[in-house]
Design a protein around this ligand. Structure first.
Ligand code: SAM
Length: 285
């Protein structure tokens, strides 16, 4: 069986179908078989697994997923790619495609229907323009997830792993760490794609926690985190009094009760610190 993951085959498929890349959809197709192997290995897929792939393109990764998994559902926004997928994946029977924007798909229903509600694996070479909303959407809608193995912009992968005090530390770092353990699989240069992106990429695996590492009101925790980082330059006290239901005095008292300095900024607080503050404001401590 010929694999799609090389420049010659990819070019031939694109030419045969008269396909033109759409920049607005973040279309940078993978043309490196070794990187593809690393993604598939890191995802640890078995014949028991149901896999959701986001953005299959011409089916380069889908082809390999079909060989490893029990069933694959791919979600692709570009209708011009659907007949191409029907062609390139014609010998496989265990896949289907949903021609929709991933942000509009009810993934919880999909997991129920295809995997009896059991945790699913997500694998993707993501369109970079919507990486954060896709990841946050998967986490916040509580899709049953075993792991997410994705290619993303290197800079975003770095941000996911940052801790307090770093310039890149923010709401995404805290969300990723609250819901999962991030693990870098490999770094990928622009030459591994057609067309080449302007940025370097990273494959990262997010292994989801069975239980969050901190115990607090999740909705309030993320309201606090977002409010803190929306106004990064302000002290926590000033940042939180805009947009949350607490008065400036209540916030000042909570900061004091946590033992933080009155002038503390959100960017120096760890996930545990934010959880402590959440519990004080939620009157659980
Ligand atoms: N998986 C292929 C590969 O590795 O060669 C293609 C990856 S390419 C970086 C991203 C893919 O996501 C494209 O096929 C693009 O059309 C698709 N895409 C972009 N925005 C999307 C969205 N909102 N929902 C679903 N698919 C999307």
């Amino acid at each position: 069986m010929a694999y799609l993951s090389n420049p010659t085959y990819t070019r031939a498929v694109l030419e045969a179908h008269g396909f033109s890349f759409q920049k607005k959809f973040g279309q940078n197709f993978l043309i490196d078989g070794n990187i593809l192997d690393s993604i598939i290995d890191a995802a640890g897929i078995t014949k028991e697994d149901f896999v959701l792939e986001i953005g299959p393109g011409i089916g380069t990764m889908t082809q390999r997923l079909c060989e490893e998994a029990r069933e694959v559902v791919a979600v692709e926004i570009d209708s011009k790619l659907i007949p191409i997928l029907d062609d390139t994946l014609s010998t496989y029977k265990n896949w289907s495609v949903i021609n929709q924007d991933i942000l509009k798909v009810d993934i919880n229903s999909l997991a129920r229907e295809k995997n009896g509600g059991k945790p699913i694996k997500v694998v993707a070479n993501l369109p970079y323009y919507i990486t954060t909303p896709i990841i946050m959407g998967l986490f916040e809608s509580h899709v049953p997830l075993e792991s997410i193995t994705i290619m993303i912009q290197k800079e975003v992968a770095d941000r996911m792993q940052e801790g307090p005090g770093s310039k890149e530390y923010g709401a995404l770092s805290l969300a990723v760490q609250y819901y999962s353990t991030p693990e870098i699989v490999c770094e990928v240069p622009p030459s591994c794609f057609m067309p080449q992106p302007k940025v370097s990429s990273t494959v990262i695996r997010l292994k989801t926690h069975s239980k969050p590492p901190v115990d607090c009101n999740e909705k309030l925790l993320f309201q606090i985190i977002r409010a803190s980082f929306n106004q990064r330059r302000k002290t926590l006290q000033n940042g939180l009094s805009n947009g949350l239901k607490y008065s400036k005095e209540e916030i000042a008292a909570a900061i004091e009760k946590c033992g933080f300095a009155p002038t503390v900024r959100g960017e120096v607080l760890s996930l545990e610190d934010f959880a402590k503050l959440t519990n004080v404001l939620d009157q659980r401590d």
